[in-house]
Design a protein around this ligand. Structure first.
Ligand code: NAD
Length: 344
């Protein structure tokens, strides 16, 4: 079965292609390499030990997209990763985010329709929930408004699909990731930073390798297990596998159950505190991390984590990698990036 993966040279896309190739799928990838490196396709081939087809095309270019689909009319499913993803950048250049993320989404949906592709999976995000009042976050937890233009592009992408779903034969699924972290265990594929990383895990590994000074733990007096904030981290390989499981679920359902978009949370279900993550890093690396304990930071949410029951029960998904797997693979990748001069 042939699957079109958009944004497949990026962090989550590359891990997903490796998983798809490993499970016997054929892959066609479209990525304009705006946020990835040109060596990534070959690296994926090397890690997977299998070939796939990569086109350097911008998804906003509809005529070029059509030429790919014209030549690959046996594509049966689309996994749509391609988007810009930096929350802070999106507040600085919101129009570029709306242009890229929404026009890419519109074009890929049009293509799915024109070429009668049966299965469509969207990369969505926990940022669509905004600042929620109830924990754990369920798929039907009342949302407040997204807090950034990036979050809005994800919510609007979902809304477009929700409106479109009753009018198409394509079965549409949105996967809302919480915080994907870690890397492929081989240490040859991982997240390549295109600006200073905003997330905690790359900040920990960059501090450990000497790229930045000590990190600050913002707040140690919150009502959590150890006083620091709690977030939901999931190993990127678990996130990658969820896409294949969602495709397989869609294949079982497509003849009976289309016309609505289905949504799944991809989170661990429990949450990990900032200090737990730091201690896990120290455990797996056998190093002391340079960090300081600071006051609370304005705007930080105390805790957010997902209820993942639906993904478990309906897709058969499990978070099979633990916090040590997340930190040890993230550390291995940071060291590899330093060797290759990729750290940015
Ligand atoms: P990434 O930046 O590593 O990968 C995105 C890829 O899409 C890049 O290779 C980039 O070159 C490509 N791309 C962007 N715009 C394009 C366009 N117009 N045409 C063609 N290619 C284009 O990001 P990622 O971490 O792999 O995230 C993948 C998806 O998951 C994104 O949609 C993101 O919003 C979503 N997501 C990511 C996270 C996270 O923490 N990484 C969390 C929640 C949701």
């Amino acid at each position: 079965m042939k699957i079109l993966v958009t944004g497949g040279c990026g962090y989550i896309g590359a891990h997903t292609i490796i998983d798809l190739l490993d499970k016997g799928y054929e892959v066609v990838c479209i990525d304009n390499l705006s946020r990835s490196k040109s060596f990534v396709p070959d690296r994926i081939r090397e890690v997977a030990g299998k070939d796939f087809t990569q086109f350097r095309i911008d998804l906003r270019d509809l005529p070029k997209l059509r030429t790919v689909l014209h030549d690959h009319q046996d594509i049966q499913g689309i996994i749509h990763f391609a988007a810009f993803k930096s929350v802070s950048e999106s507040t600085r250049i919101p129009l570029i985010y709306y242009d890229n993320n929404l026009n890419a989404n519109i074009n890929i949906l049009r293509i799915a329709d024109e070429y009668q592709i049966k299965h469509f999976i969207l990369s969505s995000s926990c940022s669509v929930y905004g600042n929620v009042q109830e924990l754990p976050v369920k798929e039907d937890t009342p949302m407040s408004m997204p807090e950034s233009p990036y979050g809005w592009t994800k919510l609007l992408s979902e809304e477009m699909i929700r409106a479109h779903a009753p009018n198409t034969e394509t079965k549409c699924i949105a996967l809302r990731y919480f915080n994907p972290v870690g890397a492929h265990p081989g240490g040859m594929i991982g997240e390549i930073p295109f600006s200073t990383p905003e997330n905690l895990v790359p900040n920990i590994t960059r501090t450990a390798i000497g790229l930045q000074d000590a990190i600050t733990v913002h707040g140690t007096d919150y009502p959590t297990r150890d006083g620091s904030c709690v977030r939901d981290y999931v190993h990127v390989m678990d996130i990658a596998e969820a896409h294949r499981l969602a495709l397989e679920y869609s294949m079982r359902k497509v003849d009976t159950d289309t016309r609505t978009m289905e949504v799944f949370n991809l989170g661990s279900g429990t949450g990990i505190s900032v200090l737990e993550l730091i201690h896990a890093f120290e455990r797996v690396s056998d190093m002391r991390l340079s960090y300081t304990l600071g006051p609370r930071r304005e705007g930080d949410v105390v805790a957010i984590y997902a209820d993942n029951t639906k993904a478990k029960e309906v897709l058969g998904w499990e978070c099979s990698r633990n916090i040590d797997d997340m930190m040890s693979t993230a550390w291995k990748w940071e060291q590899q990036m330093q060797k290759e001069g990729l750290s940015g």
